[in-house]
Design a protein around this ligand. Structure first.
Ligand code: CDM
Ligand code: ATP
Length: 307
């Protein structure tokens, strides 16, 4: 019998996040262009006498260790479908910022699902795994798939996208997180206040930008820089005004473009090459406008068994 299974899953940045109106079910329709990047969490699944979650890493104290953890929910969902007990110890080695807009919890959900599937020999199909991911959260299917993809619906309906090169990034990690539902609510509030309405009947369907998809396909970093867009950015900055200083510091520091990653508060800076990304990271640290910086690149592969 397998002693334990280790699965690694990536963080994401949304290179385009077009947010449509609020739907009756409380979600927003999206045109969500995901890019997986090379920051990873690792989930180790080991047989145990009951479901147990532990976490390690600098931000481990912010990770819930009860059944609200997305890794625990993934194990429970797979076990319920198979009619087996979710008797597993899931250890999360956390490297993705918590509540940072980089889908850290989603990465752990996708990783735990793959790990339990391998550990228990359930042999779930890719389709079934993606179905469970979508039940767990809107970002979770992308954490499984990785690479680059367009997410429609609430972000769970994925179309893989071709990428023609590697894109280099610096990320500014903030002190403390932002709640994703609170950022969507603030986006609605700002839209209402500007007189455009915020519901799905009042607003047009969100659409992916042809220029952005083209830039990804051809690997043209300059064109991608010109096309980056996040409809949640104004809401994240409204809730955390200091993010404007972080964005400015990275731009002044030489980034080709700056944007809030998803619902924030992590800020993402697109760089010309790895050296430029390092220089932007140094400028960000020197500015004192963030807690930490990370330099990496994308696309990165989705969740996979590594041991
Ligand atoms: C901001 C993004 O990270 C961009 O990829 C995602 O849209 C958020 O995805 P997530 O964290 O997996 O979010 P979920 O767990 O599915 O939903 C949490 C909450 O976020 C809001 N939410 C999420 C996705 C969506 N398309 N519309 C929403 O309004 C809803 O209030 C929902 O109750
Ligand atoms: N495995 C997990 N790791 C971190 N947080 C988790 C996890 N499972 C559940 N959570 C809860 O989810 C909240 C959001 O955490 P997460 O790190 O996924 O945010 P995020 O990266 O902003 O998400 P997204 O980008 O998908 O909106 C946390 O504050 C925590 O309460």
């Amino acid at each position: 019998m397998t002693a334990s299974v280790v699965v690694r899953a990536p963080a994401k940045v949304n290179v385009q996040l077009a947010v449509g109106g609020l739907r009756p079910d409380g979600f927003h329709d999206l045109a969500n262009v995901f890019l997986a990047v090379g920051l990873h969490d690792e989930v180790t699944a080991t047989p145990a006498d009951r479901l147990r979650i532990t976490a390690s890493g600098p931000d481990a104290d912010q990770v819930p260790l009860d059944e609200t953890n997305l890794a625990a929910r993934a194990a429970l969902a797979l076990a319920a479908r198979r009619g087996v007990p979710a008797d597993v110890h899931l250890h999360i080695a956390k490297d993705i910022p918590v509540a940072g807009g980089m889908a850290g919890g989603s990465a752990d959900g996708a990783a735990a699902l793959l790990a339990c599937d391998a550990l228990w020999g359930t042999g779930a199909s890719r389709t079934e795994l993606l179905e469970i991911c979508a039940e767990l959260g809107s970002d979770v299917p992308f954490s499984l798939v990785g690479g680059a993809a367009l997410g429609r619906g609430r972000g769970e309906l994925l179309e893989p996208l071709e990428t023609g090169g590697t894109f280099h990034w610096a990320f500014a990690v903030a002190d403390g997180g932002l709640s994703t539902p609170a950022v969507y609510r603030e986006c609605d509030r700002l839209r209402e206040a500007s007189g455009h309405g915020c519901t799905a009947v009042e607003l047009p369907d969100p659409q992916p930008s042809p220029a952005l998809l083209d830039a990804l396909r051809t690997g043209d970093t300059g064109a991608l820089a010109g096309a980056l867009a996040n409809d949640l950015q104004a809401a994240a900055v409204s809730l955390r005004p200091s993010l404007a200083d972080t964005l400015r510091a990275g731009s002044t520091g030489g980034a080709l473009a700056a944007l809030v990653s998803g619902s924030g508060p992590t800020c993402a800076f697109l760089a010309k090459d790895p050296e430029n990304a390092e220089a932007v990271a140094e400028a960000l640290l020197a500015s004192g406008t963030c807690r930490a910086v990370r330099v990496t690149s994308g696309p990165a592969p989705g969740a996979m068994v590594v041991g």
